[in-house]
Design a protein around this ligand. Structure first.
Ligand SMILES: Nc1nc2c(ncn2[C@@H]2O[C@H](COP(=O)(O)OP(=O)(O)OP(=O)(O)O)[C@@H](O)[C@H]2O)c(=O)[nH]1
Ligand SMILES: [Mg+2]
Length: 630
């Protein structure tokens, strides 16, 4: 069955609740105080099936003191039923409710000119005229105005027919997206426990589903769907656009308030800063810099301060800093009301729910707003901006989905388009601006060039050092991918060091000769290697050449430096094996300096650094004056 959510709107006492009752048989005024005072205070709910369509009504209060409750109900509406009493015509809250519906972009609706039983033809004609005037140029411009009486029942059938027709034109909701239910009521029911109700904005709620209640202050509360009801019937699942009552496990009713959101874990990130496009009502005073406002979105009311980015006419861009966190995303509509005197002054759309710390009131700041503004023609500019301003750190696709208010499918298509332009590359789950990546790559190549220029005998920059210098802000996978690309294109050679291709050390024939002599010399000397002067003598080469070749041999791990001594790597390998073998022969073997000197025929000068080396290599451990073999 097709289902639409219809909200009432209109001035106090104009007959909204009476009309809902006449249409559904249910009195939406359920509070004792409401019945006693004859006014609606809080939201009321009722539904009826008409012509194969389920009409779910959210009845709102008209009293100006309860606009806050009206706003909580106006969030997820498909249609508005604007109620105007024929005898009183358009009144202040007729206008205010109508403005709110416009600001929230409720797609369409029907106008009920009610109480026609107590108004004469002339009065009815005047009220009709004034109502037409009110809605001219708006989404209700061509909405039918249906004369009705809740008392006599006159016109009710026409009204039902008009509602069903309007319902037919309502676009379908997005059951594909993440579960998102702004909570409008919470209560506890004997035998069930916690129940929350609301209009399911997106996603599909299922029995046994694990969800989270995101609250304005804390990290949220994990919960499980024990059961759910749609229009009083138990169901296994509910699609987007339905009014649902959800029985939640693992959370007390007292822990939840209206304005919290029941949603899929990880799908939303509560935020306290929003970049928005604001639309001020013509009669509202201009927004002052830093003005404190009430921010209404979904079923939430929060306080915030506004930094206006543009001061000229519409569209106005602004950043809103909220006093507590909201669960909102790009594309969400909101209403702002002045803190005092209390009145609706405007509304708008969220452009970026996770804005970066950038200057706002500068030409660049303004240009950024223009890029992230909602454009129908170029849908990816905002997403591209979100990716680009993260530079080489990149943006995870999950974060893009949350921030862009996208379904996975829409995000997938957008990512494809962005990749095709070449402006963005994808590395694992990260999207990265090609420009930022290119700039880092250039810097890396420049660093390597500089390194080679300064160290002619170097095998290159240690890989980790290069990463820290240039790709500190990137995930390791990004660095690895860049290196891989540079290697594949033949620009660099990468081992544990990165070198420009063709710039690995090239030795002169004389240096090659010295290198061979020295390597043999140290290898043969085993655990009692020569000092530098002895090496210079053996090599028959200038000291500077010997020094450079020694540095190179150490860097290539053919020689190992221990304090001021240099050993051949093979000698140290032999030593480790030999000491371990001692343990194999005698499990309780202990080695002291004297025994070590004797066994390897070395003096104390070599024995001490070698023993300390064995400790460091975890071959031995010092116990008193001796060492145990590990
Ligand atoms: N004669 C006549 N009286 C009506 C009609 N509809 C409502 N009323 C009366 O008007 C009064 C207000 O009706 P409600 O339905 O409570 O008005 P409301 O718009 O819901 O008011 P709030 O919710 O407080 O904003 C009640 O006394 C109703 O009986 C109608 O069609 N004809
Ligand atoms: Mg009412």
């Amino acid at each position: 069955v097709r289902s639409v959510v219809i909200g009432t709107a209109g001035h106090i006492d104009h007959g909204k609740s009476a009309l809902v009752r006449a249409l559904t048989g249910t009195d939406p005024d359920r509070l004792k105080e409401e019945r006693e005072r004859g006014i609606t205070i809080d939201l009321g709910f009722a539904h009826a099936q008409v012509g194969g369509v389920n009409l779910a009504f959210v009845d709102v209060p008209g009293h100006e003191r309860f606009i806050k409750n009206m706003l909580a109900g106006a969030g997820g509406l498909d249609l508005v039923m604007l109620v105007v009493a024929a005898d009183e015509s358009v009144m202040p809250q007729t206008r205010e409710h109508f403005d709110i519906c416009r600001l929230l972009r409720i797609p369409s609706g029907v106008i009920a000119l009610t109480k026609i039983d107590i108004a004469d033809a002339e009065t009815i004609a005047l009220a009709t005229l004034e109502t037409r005037e009110l809605v001219r140029g708006s989404f209700l411009e061509s909405a039918p105005i249906v004369g009705v009486s809740a008392r006599t029942g006159q016109g009710l059938d026409s009204l039902r027919a008009a509602l069903v027709t309007a319902a037919g034109a309502v676009p379908g909701r997005n059951s594909e997206g993440p579960v998102r239910l702004p909570i409008d009521r919470v209560f506890s029911m004997k035998g069930f426990g916690t129940i929350v109700t609301g209009t399911l904005v997106s996603g599909q709620i299922r029995e046994d589903q694990e969800l989270i209640v995101l609250r304005r202050i804390s990290d949220g509360r994990r919960t499980k769907v024990r059961g759910l009801q749609v229009h009083g019937h138990a169901e296994r699942f509910a699609d987007a656009g339905r009014r649902v009552a959800v029985n939640l496990g693992g959370v007390e009713a007292a822990e939840i308030v209206r304005g919290d959101t029941l949603c899929a874990p990880g799908a939303f990130e509560p935020t306290r800063a929003l970049d928005v496009r604001v639309e001020m009502l013509p009669e509202a005073p201009p927004l002052r810099q830093g003005a404190r406002v009430r921010f209404h979105q979904g079923t939430t009311e929060l306080f915030g301060r506004v930094t206006v980015v543009t001061t000229s006419s519409a569209p106005e861009f602004a950043r809103v800093r909220l006093e507590s966190a909201a669960v909102v995303t790009r594309g969400d509509r909101f209403v702002i009301r002045a803190y005092s005197p209390l009145s609706t002054i405007g509304g708008g759309v969220v452009l970026d729910p996770q804005p970066p710390r950038v200057a706002l009131r500068t030409p660049e700041g303004l240009a950024r707003f223009a890029r992230i503004d909602v454009h129908d023609s170029v849908p990816d500019t905002a997403l591209l901006t979100f990716v680009e301003e993260r530079e080489e750190a990149g943006l995870e696709i999950g974060a893009l989905i949350r921030r862009g208010g996208l379904t996975e499918r829409a995000a997938g298509a957008a990512v494809e388009r962005m990749l095709r332009t070449g402006a963005v590359v994808r590395i694992e789950d990260l999207l990265i601006s090609s420009r930022a990546l290119g700039a880092c790559t250039e810097r890396l190549l420049a660093d390597l060039t500089a390194h080679h220029a300064a160290n002619s005998l170097s095998d290159g920059l240690p890989r980790e050092e290069a990463r820290k210098r240039v790709f500190r802000r990137s995930a390791p996978a990004v660095f690895d991918a860049v290196i891989e690309g540079l290697v594949a294109s033949g620009k660099i050679v990468a081992r544990d060091r990165l070198a420009l291709a063709g710039r690995q050390v090239s030795l002169s024939p004389e240096e090659v000769r010295v290198q061979e002599v020295l390597e043999r010399l140290f290898k043969d000397a085993r655990l009692a290697p020569p000092d530098t002067s002895a090496a210079v003598e053996a090599a028959k080469a200038p000291r500077a050449v010997v020094d450079r070749v020694l540095v190179l041999l150490v860097r290539n791990r053919r020689l190992v430096k221990l304090d001021s001594l240099v050993f051949h790597a093979s000698a140290l390998e032999f030593l480790k094996d030999d000491v371990r073998a001692m343990k194999a022969a005698d499990a309780n073997v202990r080695v002291d300096v004297t025994a070590f000197k004797e066994r390897y025929g070395v003096t104390r000068k070599y024995a001490i650094p070698l023993l300390e080396y064995l400790d460091r290599e975890r071959v031995t451990r010092r116990v008193g004056d001796a060492r145990v073999v590990l």
